[in-house]
Design a protein around this ligand. Structure first.
Ligand code: NI
Length: 143
């Protein structure tokens, strides 16, 4: 089994807050990330697929095709956007890297051959990132 990864970048704004909490509570939980008008991050998304190389091509997956998929399905929809306001598939979701990773997984797993998606790693800063392997986890959606 081999693991092949494609990395793409995007920049986006977000604001972290829970609409069910008071302003004070949001401030104490999210601190600077609760800034009313949002703030930006330079994200890096790494998507790993697994499998055996095709004997004829030598590819587990064509990385150009994987890159096109990531650009078309994710980057083009979130790059230079406000994640709380501009992105249909993030409506009502607190845009933490945790939640973004789970949403991106749901989008990509339907577009890749069954069982190929192995890992999503999403960096919000150089030193902060999430690894997600697709285990069932709940995403709360706020009305
Ligand atoms: Ni932030």
């Amino acid at each position: 089994m081999l693991y092949v990864t494609k990395k793409v970048d995007f920049s986006a704004a977000h604001r972290l807050y829970n609409p069910n909490y008071s302003d004070e509570m949001n401030e104490s939980i999210y601190d600077k990330c609760n800034n009313y008008n949002g703030h930006g991050h330079n994200y890096t998304l790494e998507v790993t697929v697994c499998g055996e190389p095709d004997p004829n091509t030598g590819y587990v997956i064509d990385l150009k095709k994987l890159k096109d998929l990531l650009i078309n399905e994710i980057v083009s929809k979130v790059d230079h956007k406000h994640l709380n306001l501009d992105v249909d598939f993030l409506k009502g979701i607190i845009p933490t890297v945790e939640n973004l990773s789970m949403i991106f997984w749901k989008i990509l797993e339907n577009k890749l051959p069954n069982g190929k998606l192995y890992k999503i790693r999403l960096y919000e800063t150089d030193s902060s990132f999430v690894d997600y392997y697709g285990q069932e986890s709940e995403i709360k959606i706020f009305e």
